[in-house]
Design a protein around this ligand. Structure first.
Ligand code: MD3
Ligand code: FE
Length: 204
């Protein structure tokens, strides 16, 4: 089995944190959330991943309570907050407290990727929780100064938990590629889903 690893201070990888039944339930939840879209960037680019937001809608580079077309943002379910609390307790220890109010759900087809970036649109520096489902990917975890080296490439597989807090919260990171056909056939998902949980730091 792959061991749990602190890749950098505050960046904890817990392989196989979700069992197959929990993964199936999360995939079903992701299928129920409607409105996945490819985000347009101010530079004219379009992200290759398809994203749906819960709690707060992310547009580059801020959060709001409405989407581009004016539709309300999907609610952030309390069960997802409980899952986030259990995730942070697994990574950092049982006394940690965590109350996320944002989920960004990203769908990657076999060609999708995400360039190196920092997540700094949240007004809180509480940790980000990442849950991976379906096809594995190469996840690139970098430094806090720029998009380049040094970085570490880690395979993220279905069921893996990663928590990014402390000194790692503002690290550059990205997904250079998905590894097509690597999902458990029993999951019934072609492609990769990633759920990140975050704390907005904004008034509810
Ligand atoms: C490190 N998502 O949504 S998850 C993103 O797999 C994002 O969809 C990727 O980067 C994905 O912003 C990577 C891992 C991750 C998420 C948030 C982080 C790593 C992070 C925030 C700070 C540092
Ligand atoms: Fe990110």
């Amino acid at each position: 089995p792959r061991p749990r690893a602190e890749v950098a201070p505050g960046a904890v990888h817990v392989p196989d944190w979700l069992d197959l039944d929990e993964q199936r339930r999360l995939v079903e939840a992701c299928r129920g959330w409607r409105g996945y879209r490819q985000t347009r960037l101010p530079n004219g680019g379009v992200m290759s991943v398809r994203t749906v937001c819960l709690g707060w809608h992310w547009h580059p580079y801020r959060y709001s309570k409405v989407t581009e077309d004016g539709s309300p943002v999907l609610p952030f379910p309390s069960w997802l907050g409980d899952l986030g609390q259990r995730a942070v307790a697994s990574a950092y220890g049982p006394s940690s407290v965590y109350a996320p109010d944002i989920a960004l759900v990203n769908f990657y087809d076999s060609a999708a990727k995400m360039g190196m970036h920092q997540d700094k649109d949240e007004a809180s520096l509480e940790p980000v929780v990442s849950l991976s489902l379906g096809d594995a990917c190469v996840f690139r975890f970098g430094n806090t100064s720029d998009r380049g080296r040094p970085y570490t490439d880690v395979d993220l597989r279905s069921g893996d938990l990663f928590v990014f807090g402390g000194q790692s919260r503002l690290a550059f990171h990205g997904v250079p590629r998905v590894l097509p056909g690597t999902a458990d056939p029993g999951l019934g998902l072609a492609g990769r889903l990633n759920i990140t949980l975050r704390v907005s730091g904004l008034p509810s």
